[in-house]
Design a protein around this ligand. Structure first.
Ligand code: ATP
Ligand code: MG
Length: 334
């Protein structure tokens, strides 16, 4: 019996979580849910955006399934998501991008890639941000470490090995950023040498973006530093149908959090029409992580079959279904 922490979230969060749990229940996996509060709901109930009880629950169960959370401006920390990443040292941000049928996307077939983004260092974390007194000069420290690079590249190669993927592309800018990107690339080459059965190639980030837009089928696993990964993973989500279908995982040694990439979508909250697929696909990633790849595949197949049949699709996919009818249609195809 596995217990997971469930954060129902804000905005459309509770609606897509209910739909997702409906499908997981139908799978009869013996999962136990421990509901915990975070975001606006927790702020109103407990006076805290990220209560200690929630952190304890995640630490205990090591696995959380999380709906989008709203961070109000000026509430102590910049983002609850970033805070969770820091607290649990969730160093790997893993974002699959796969073509799905009947979605409004440029590549309705052929794309099946995973972006593995370093989540804890580099320019993205904004270390040493300063603007001079006269406002004329802005600076930022960018730090990349051997340890940080090694564990993320190793994560990417292990993922390839464990999921039968064949190629890892190391994305960098070492020709210009010789120190930081240079160290990342150097360490990546060392790690790659320990996985002789996995093909490793290197690509400069600008070229990578062009290749992704023109020939995304050539990619399998992409591993890169924090800021490049931030941009590339959204680019990849856009290739295959956008936010409603983009799941993500934040993984560390002691905990892993699975989530939809999109936000709380206040514009459609409470209407029951949000697309639950991103969170469902995140639940699929969670099942992979829990060592149940056949169940993850079962879930994904049911989602694909429902998209193929255009059965009860939500309005964002051009359908006339709603969050729950879509989830029920998926559950019926498990
Ligand atoms: P937040 O501030 O929490 O990020 P947001 O409004 O920026 O909220 P996003 O998720 O970034 O929310 O949404 C951008 C747009 O995409 C919105 O118009 C939203 O309605 C739509 N959208 C996001 N997620 C979904 C979904 N699961 N189903 C349908 N539409 C969605
Ligand atoms: Mg947003």
């Amino acid at each position: 019996m596995t217990t997971i922490t469930v954060l129902r979230g804000d905005g459309i969060g509770p609606e897509i979580m209910d739909a997702t749990l409906h499908v997981l229940d139908a799978m009869q996996l013996g999962l136990q849910y421990e509901f915990a509060g975070a975001g606006m709901v927790a702020l109103e109930k407990h006076g805290e955006l990220l209560p200690q009880a929630t952190l304890d629950s995640i630490a205990r169960n090591k696995i959380a399934l999380k709906s989008p959370l709203t961070t109000p401006v000026g509430e102590g920390f910049s983002s609850i998501n970033v805070e969770l990443r820091k607290r649990f040292d969730l160093y790997a941000n893993v974002r699959p991008a796969k073509s799905f049928p009947n979605t409004k996307s440029r590549f309705p077939a052929g794309v099946d890639l995973v972006t593995v983004r370093e989540n804890t260092e580099g320019a993205y974390i904004g270390e040493g941000q300063q603007v001079s007194d006269d406002g004329a000069t802005a600076t930022l420290t960018q730090k990349v470490t051997r340890k940080g690079s090694e564990r993320i590249v190793r994560y990417a190669f292990d993922l390839a090995r464990n999921t039968g993927r064949k190629k890892v592309t190391v994305v960098h800018k070492a020709n210009i950023l010789k120190s930081t990107s240079g160290l990342f690339l150097k360490v990546a080459r060392e790690v790659a040498a320990q996985y002789p059965e996995i093909q490793c190639n290197e690509l400069i980030v600008d070229n990578c973006c062009m290749q992704l837009v023109m020939k995304p089928e050539q990619f399998d696993v992409i591993v890169t530093t924090n800021l490049f990964g931030d941009i590339i993973s959204d680019l990849c989500a856009g290739l295959v149908g956008g936010l409603g279908l983009a799941p993500g995982a934040n993984i560390g040694e002691h905990a892993a959090i699975f989530e939809a990439v999109h936000g709380s979508a206040p514009d459609i909250a409470g209407k029951g029409i949000a697309n639950p697929c991103a969170l469902l696909l995140a639940a699929g990633q969670m099942l992979d992580h829990l060592g149940q790849p056949e169940q993850a595949a079962r879930l994904r197949s049911a989602i694909v079959a429902t998209l193929e049949a255009k059965d009860a699709l939500t309005p964002d996919l051009g359908g006339e279904g709603n969050t729950l009818s879509f989830a029920k249609a998926i559950a019926s195809r498990l």
